[in-house]
Design a protein around this ligand. Structure first.
Ligand SMILES: Cc1cc2nc3c(=O)[nH]c(=O)nc-3n(C[C@H](O)[C@H](O)[C@H](O)COP(=O)(O)OP(=O)(O)OC[C@H]3O[C@@H](n4cnc5c(N)ncnc54)[C@H](O)[C@@H]3O)c2cc1C
Length: 425
């Protein structure tokens, strides 16, 4: 761990060399005339499509995205706690279109890597020089007995923001004071490592202020989690006696759920719950497997300089779907990877050698209104993997003054506004 001040300096230094900070202005960029298709218009895909157009306006960029509205996950835990409107999470693609990205609102249903063609939901086939897959995650409804897609209507995961987020919010509002809420995070790797614990904190805030006789239990499939000390200190300080964390080694792993009976089981216990937030194991979005770029883990191995698949040439995978070594699956990471990938694509299509990238990630978490903390690091390729740059990683200090937590909550807000502005503004 490094001191907050020096960590910021490291990050500042890295920002100057990160791909995001060195995009040439469109006026200087030369047209390559390449044709790139980007599948998925979330943190990774929308960022990549836009960066590509800015780096090289001569590149024809088509973004294929299922939904006309993107609903962002970061800050959706505040929606669940009643601290934010779901509308504040929603973005559209009109400004990407204005910059020359062709946006097709449909799903990519197949990829032919040999012919370099993508098939769309309406049967159209599009040819690419390079394909970028940024489909995010799929939830594995085959991994936990009882947890099917239908079960998610009674026991929401809310791990893709939108209707599931609103459902979990409504369930918390409807539950009686004195009820039990269970959150069941999966084993690693999964989207947003600190997300379940931020969610636990903010649900605890809601319960403390509105239903103080209630209890929240985290039934965890692992023994350690991101920013653990900071979360546990916050729970002790803000929600004493309300939040209980049961790790894997203490029998925390959920083995079965029954949505009709509203029960959640571990090897040792059966809980009857008022609200169950089940986070099933995950894998890369389905199109990745269909394209042949997902390996047996369900995730996509990539070259850490170009994000090109190691399984299929001319296909790049960015964001949650890829195996990015030490980088966590976050929106911040996805955006950084998108810009590195865009810069590499332009060079590859010009027959030039891509630069060695440095990528930053910062994950903020909010434990209560005005109470935030973060973890951050810089990453670079080494031995075919993305690894932490030694000395670059750090977390917020423990035992910090409330003013520090307040400042970090503001920084979190600022980060969200900046990144969504960069993507969609
Ligand atoms: C509760 C929660 C809180 C979080 N908080 C934070 C945070 O504070 N900070 C942070 O950095 N990250 C946070 N994250 C993580 C962040 O949301 C993800 O890491 C990020 O969204 C990953 O970006 P992505 O582009 O890979 O996937 P997504 O953003 O999910 O985008 C994928 C897109 O692909 C589209 N798609 C998929 N398949 C197809 C197809 N076949 N055809 C067309 N379109 C397709 C989908 O519709 C979707 O729009 C949080 C996540 C959760 C669940």
């Amino acid at each position: 761990m490094i001191r907050s001040q020096s960590r910021r300096d490291v990050l500042k230094g890295a920002a100057a060399t990160a791909a995001g900070a060195t995009l040439p202005t469109p006026a200087l960029a030369q047209a390559s005339g390449g044709r790139v298709i980007v599948v998925g218009g979330g943190f990774a895909g929308a960022s990549c499509a836009r960066a590509l157009r800015r780096l090289d306006p001569g590149t024809a960029v088509t973004l294929v995205e299922t939904s006309q509205t993107f609903t962002a996950c970061p800050f959706s835990n505040e929606v669940i706690a009643g601290l934010r409107d779901l509308k504040a999470q929603e973005f559209d693609y009109k400004n990407l279109r204005a910059e020359g990205v062709v946006v097709a609102f449909t799903s990519a249903t197949a990829v032919d890597p040999q012919a370099r063609m993508v098939t769309l939901g309406n049967g159209d086939r599009l040819r690419y020089d390079r394909l970028v897959l940024a489909p995010g995650v799929d939830l594995r409804f085959d991994a936990l007995p009882g947890y099917t897609e239908a079960a998610a209507e009674r026991m929401p995961n809310a791990w893709k923001a939108g209707e599931q987020t609103a459902l979990l919010r409504r369930q918390l509002e409807a539950m009686p004071d004195g009820g039990l809420v269970v959150i069941a995070p999966p084993a690693n790797p999964y989207r947003c490592p600190p997300g379940p614990y931020e969610r636990a904190s903010l649900i605890a805030y809601y319960l403390k202020t509105k239903k103080p006789k209630s209890k929240l239990i985290i039934l965890d499939a692992k023994d350690q989690f991101s920013k653990q000390r900071l979360f546990q200190d916050a729970w002790n300080e803000l929600y004493p006696g309300l939040v209980e964390w049961v790790p894997l080694s203490m029998g925390g792993k959920v083995t079965k759920v029954d949505p009709a009976a509203m029960t959640v089981e571990t090897d040792f216990n059966k809980f009857t719950v008022a609200v169950a937030n089940i986070l099933p194991p995950q894998r890369a979005g389905r199109i990745a497997a269909l394209a042949g770029v997902a390996d047996r883990t369900g995730w996509c191995p990539i070259d850490p300089i170009t994000f090109e698949s190691t399984l299929q040439p001319y296909i790049h995978v960015i964001g949650d779907a890829c195996i990015a070594g030490a980088m966590p699956k976050s929106g911040f990471s996805a955006n950084a990877q998108a810009k590195v990938c865009a810069a590499a694509l332009v060079k590859l299509m010009r027959g030039e050698k891509p630069d060695e990238p440095r990528l930053i990630n910062t994950c903020y978490s909010i434990a209560a209104p005005g109470y935030g903390f973060s973890v951050a690091a810089v990453y670079h390729p080494a031995n075919g993997q993305l690894v932490e740059v030694p000395g670059s990683a750090g977390t917020s200090p423990v035992n910090a003054a409330r003013s520090v937590r307040e400042q970090e909550a503001k920084l979190a807000d600022g980060w969200f506004n900046t990144i969504t502005g960069e993507m969609f503004g």
